[in-house]
Design a protein around this ligand. Structure first.
Ligand SMILES: [Zn+2]
Length: 124
């Protein structure tokens, strides 16, 4: 654990907070800059009121093909809440994704396919 503000390792436990769903989050305070934070600070879940377990479950059923509204109903949330979770996690995932292939590379591949098709045409 390190301070999200000054990145010092000199942090001490500073009580706990119980979130919706009974999830207990450890709170910390930085001895260097006195910044208070918890173990979720700086993660995509940091500002969610719902436990990360529930969010993860909801995202799992979404990848299984559940609709946004069905997911919302099952988890007692509005569909806009589900969309907000997805948006937040998608933003995070984009930072981890490898660089997409350049458009130029894809175009070369397409030209090759086109050329091969052209060669198979009967001579005019
Ligand atoms: Zn600090």
């Amino acid at each position: 654990m390190h301070c999200p503000e000054c990145e010092s390792q000199q942090v001490v436990k500073n009580g706990k907070v119980t979130l919706q769903g009974g999830v207990v989050v450890q709170k910390y305070v930085c001895k260097v800059c006195r910044k208070q934070f918890n173990e979720r600070t700086g993660t995509p879940m940091a500002r969610l009121r719902t436990s990360s377990t529930i969010v993860t479950l909801a995202m799992n059923v979404r990848t299984e093909g559940w609709g946004v509204r069905a997911t919302g109903r099952s988890f007692g949330k509005s569909h806009s809440t589900i969309l907000r979770w997805e948006e937040r996690l998608a933003n995070q995932l984009n930072q981890w994704s490898p660089t997409a292939p350049k458009t130029a590379d894809l175009r070369v591949e397409g030209d090759e396919v086109y050329t091969r098709v052209g060669e198979n045409l009967p001579p005019q």
